[in-house]
Design a binder for this molecule. Structure first.
Ligand code: SF4
Ligand code: SF4
Length: 332
């Protein structure tokens, strides 16, 4: 591998979140982190949460959101994480939930009351056709009602989908094909213009037919510069394994203890290559060292990047601290 010219450096953090777990009751088609019930049932240790929050504070960020996976799958762990944030003097803007944990009114109010006492102020409640493929809508409605009872703020993400989801029987989940039957065959294709989706993770394959595709060579020539996105800290994440996810590049990792950098080329050869030369550098390296052959067409450089990295981990068994967590590549 050629020696890249630039060292990746993350001088400060603007706004971001803590990932408590990657296992999830859902397996949404647009999930950036490839979460699903198939992931190992690991939840952030309180000491790890404290360490990540300490680094976040030292790097200039005084508030976070908490997300997953589904953070409510371990209520005790979530309470401890909220406690760790309070200890570190980091405020929690909101906790994300898909509402799958909701059983009934009494259970919802009891759990939210406990969390409220532990420092929960606002819940980001996911509502989308992707979530509704796995989660009956009565649970979402139940959590909203329980928030009102307990004084927890509601941040619905996003309300625009509410009437569409509510068209269907709320006691069961509903496949996207049902939405297409009611709202038009182009329903999926229209979603990106209505809902913020980051085209990474599972969204790349899901939307591959919705956008024009390009060959690997075209992608590389259209994106001839290094990936400055790796330095973006406007929506950063740190996870339960001590990883910092650069930019929104899920499946790439920097050990949070190595922040702010500069990262050495020998410890982070792939990130250094992507940062210096961009997708063309990674593609060239993967063809020569890992016999990578492109799989048709790609909607973006990140689509090709993910395909290369998945090939390295799943087909070649590459294990490196830059390509973490490994379960991402098995589940995305
Ligand atoms: S988008 Fe949220 S609810 Fe859906 S699989 Fe990912 S973490 Fe789970
Ligand atoms: S090509 Fe890879 S490193 Fe560059 S922005 Fe996309 S996912 Fe990140």
């Amino acid at each position: 591998m050629r020696t890249p010219k630039k060292n990746l450096y993350i001088p400060h953090l603007i706004s971001g979140g803590l990932i408590t777990n990657y296992y999830c009751t859902s397996a949404c088609r647009h999930c950036l982190y490839g979460c699903s019930p198939r992931w190992e049932k690991k939840y952030i240790e309180t000491s790890m949460a404290a360490r990540m929050l300490e680094i976040i504070g030292q790097m200039g960020c005084r508030s976070v959101h908490i997300g997953g996976g589904e953070p409510f799958l371990n209520p005790g762990g979530l309470i401890d994480t909220l406690g760790a944030a309070a200890e570190c003097g980091i405020s929690v803007d909101y906790v994300e939930t898909n509402s799958s944990w909701y059983r009934d009114e009494n259970h919802g109010i009891t759990l939210l009351s406990r969390l409220r006492r532990a420092g929960l102020n606002t819940l980001l409640i996911s509502m989308s056709p992707f979530h509704n493929e796995h989660i009956p809508f009565y649970k979402v409605k139940g959590v909203i009602a329980a928030c009102r009872e307990t004084g927890v703020g509601v941040f619905p993400w996003i309300t625009e989908f509410y009437p569409e989801i509510d068209t269907f029987d709320d006691r069961t989940s509903h496949h996207l094909e049902e939405y297409q039957a009611v709202f038009g065959i182009d329903y999926l294709d229209r979603i990106p213009s209505r809902y913020w989706i980051h085209f990474g993770g599972r969204a790349l394959d899901t939307f591959s037919a919705s956008f024009p595709g390009f060959s690997s060579e075209d992608i590389c020539s259209r994106n001839a510069t290094g990936c400055s996105e790796l330095r973006d800290t406007s929506h950063f994440h740190m996870d339960l394994f001590g990883n910092y996810v650069p930019g929104l590049c899920s499946g790439l990792a920097i050990q949070a203890d190595h922040l702010p950098g500069p990262l050495s080329h020998s410890e982070y050869p792939m990130l250094s290559l992507l940062y210096s030369e961009g997708i063309g550098g990674l593609y060239s390296m993967a063809r020569h060292r890992f016999n990578f052959a492109s799989n048709g067409s790609y909607i973006s450089k990140c689509h090709l990047c993910l395909d290369i990295r998945r090939h390295m981990v799943v087909d070649y068994g590459v294990e490196t601290m830059e390509l973490q967590p490994l379960d991402f590549y098995r589940n995305v």
